[in-house]
Ligand binder design. Structure first.
Ligand SMILES: Nc1ncnc2c1ncn2[C@@H]1O[C@H](COP(=O)(O)OP(=O)(O)OP(=O)(O)O)[C@@H](O)[C@H]1O
Ligand SMILES: [Mg+2]
Length: 489
């Protein structure tokens, strides 16, 4: 029997990370990978205790114990010659290693594992689990007294999770693995977060040649799922789907690019959304002055950046560490930080900031204080034509830039802009006035700052009209007046 892994699956075995999420798309070979890893490690490390979880028992059985590529099939040669035995709920190898087949339907069920010493934790469909269960199980992972053969020392202890987007745990899994670092990058976590080396390895359907060749119509069935968001989640493994998302078209696949050295003659500018009790957001932008092909590198696919595209290439975010909490820094301090972020010779053509900075309470405004340090700071308002001074215009400009035309987007954000990728894809539409974009009760400071940047270089309005998003101010006013005249109060 051929026990081999496809190249993408194999990356898990060669990765230095020890807290991994493998996955994304449906059918990418996730569950098979978990089974094979458990067998390979048990076979090579005597006494190893592997715990494999699905949320429920029926799912565990259906997914891992039945059908082609299931445990009984993979283990048949081992069972035949006595190297392994399959019992109720566990697979025992002759060298003392075990795969414990586990489920954890209710949160209280984790207590069953309170005393367990887990050497390798494998969780299938991680988004079916809650953050609480995951943290509890992660806490049980340690080597204890296990003697590991030298060639396997770097592989254990190990946590390997597999999952599609969606499900009750979508948000926390995304926050933990997808927002933590760009795909493929291994990044240490804090002690509070377990202190392991964490990595997200995205896998798509075409990373599993077994399925694409055995069942070429599988992709079509996925496309028939109905909702565009669901198709994107299942077919492309896109984690940025959220029901009611303000930017359905924004995705890491299309809009995230790797940082690169840009020609110094490109126009550059900054945008700022001011805040003290709430976060402030500063973004640095460059305008692509020719069609650029950004070559594939370090796990990033090749990208074409059309002439005129705007690239947000770094950021400074005044974040108090928890959602929507600011740092209460003075404008002068922030200005000094902005300076410090700019390398020698980084020529900034102009800087825009929101009008609130010009508000005077007692003494000089925040903008005046900042201008002592920063040249070329301008109020965003004059950049916008009269009819565009509102949230509707900002939202349209943003949507228009990210909507791919002829397959090309016109706005890109580098992967180092961590707060952009943490907050913007998450924003939900204002349900009462969806035409105005994201509900302002959310952590929307990066979005605001980006929208000032984008309206400072508007794209042609006719494009919007073609997209069906034209806003007729006169008509809107007439409607409002009409409603007022009909009101009896
Ligand atoms: N390396 C491999 N060698 C042989 N068969 C494989 C390999 N990887 C995956 N397969 C087969 O491809 C099919 C789909 O794989 P698997 O069930 O692991 O995908 P999945 O990502 O878990 O899918 P789902 O999203 O439906 O849970 C299965 O039949 C599995 O046995
Ligand atoms: Mg699976």
């Amino acid at each position: 029997m051929d026990l081999s892994l496809h190249p993408k699956q194999y990356q898990v075995l060669t990765s230095p990370a020890n807290e991994i999420l493998y996955g994304g798309a449906a059918g990418g070979g996730k569950s098979y990978l978990l089974r094979l890893v458990s067998i390979v490690l048990c076979y090579n490390i005597p006494g190893l205790q592997v715990y494999l979880f699905r949320r429920t028992y029926p799912d565990l059985m259906a997914n891992h114990m039945n059908g082609s590529g299931s445990f009984p099939e993979l283990l048949a040669p081992f069972i035949e010659d006595g190297r392994a035995k399959m019992k109720e709920g566990e697979i025992a190898f002759a060298n003392g290693s075990k795969v414990h087949l586990c489920h954890c339907q209710h949160e209280k069920d984790v207590l069953k594992y309170q005393g367990a010493e887990i050497h390798v934790l494998l969780i299938d469909e991680l988004t079916h689990f809650t953050d609480y269960i995951y943290r509890f199980l992660r806490n049980r992972v340690r080597l204890g007294g296990l003697k590991v053969p030298s060639e396997w020392v770097s592989k254990v202890p190990l946590i390997l999770n597999a999952s599609n987007p969606g499900g009750v745990g979508h948000q926390w899994v995304k926050a933990t693995f997808i927002n933590h670092a760009p795909p493929h990058e291994c990044k240490q976590t804090t002690d509070e977060e377990g202190g392991m080396l964490r990595q997200y390895i995205p896998a798509r359907l075409d990373d599993n040649p077994t399925l694409t060749s055995n069942d070429p119509n599988y992709i079509k069935r996925l496309q028939g799922l109905g909702s565009e968001a669901l198709v994107r989640a299942m077919r492309d493994g896109d984690w940025d789907i959220v029901a009611g998302a303000a930017f359905e078209k924004l995705s890491r696949d299309k809009h995230m690019i790797r940082p690169f050295v840009m020609p110094e003659w490109w126009t550059r500018f900054t945008s700022l959304d001011w805040g003290t009790a709430k976060p402030y957001s500063v973004g640095w932008y460059a305008i692509c002055d020719e069609d650029v092909v950004l070559k594939a590198r370090e796990g990033y696919p090749e990208k074409i950046l059309p002439k005129g595209s705007i690239i947000r290439y770094k950021e400074l975010y005044g974040w108090g560490g928890s959602a929507d909490k600011g740092t209460r820094e003075e404008a002068r301090e922030v200005a000094a930080k902005i300076h410090a972020m700019e390398t020698d010779g980084e020529r900034i053509d102009y800087r825009i900031a929101d009008s609130a900075m010009w508000a005077q309470h007692d003494g000089p405004s925040a903008a005046e204080n900042m201008m002592d340090e920063l040249a070329r700071l301008r109020n965003k308002t004059p950049f916008m034509e009269k009819s565009r001074k509102d949230r509707i215009a900002n939202y349209l400009e943003f949507r228009n830039r990210i909507a791919a035309k002829d397959g090309f987007a016109a706005f890109f954000v580098t992967s180092n802009c961590e707060h952009f990728w943490r907050t913007v894809p998450e924003l939900q539409l204002d349900t009462r006035q969806p035409e105005k974009g994201p509900d302002t009760a959310q952590e929307d400071h990066v979005y605001d700052e980006v929208s000032y940047a984008l309206v400072s270089r508007p794209q042609v309005w006719t494009e919007l009209a073609r997209d069906g998003y034209e806003y007729d101010e006169a008509q809107a006013k007439a409607k409002k007046a009409d409603r007022k005249s009909q009101s009896r109060y």
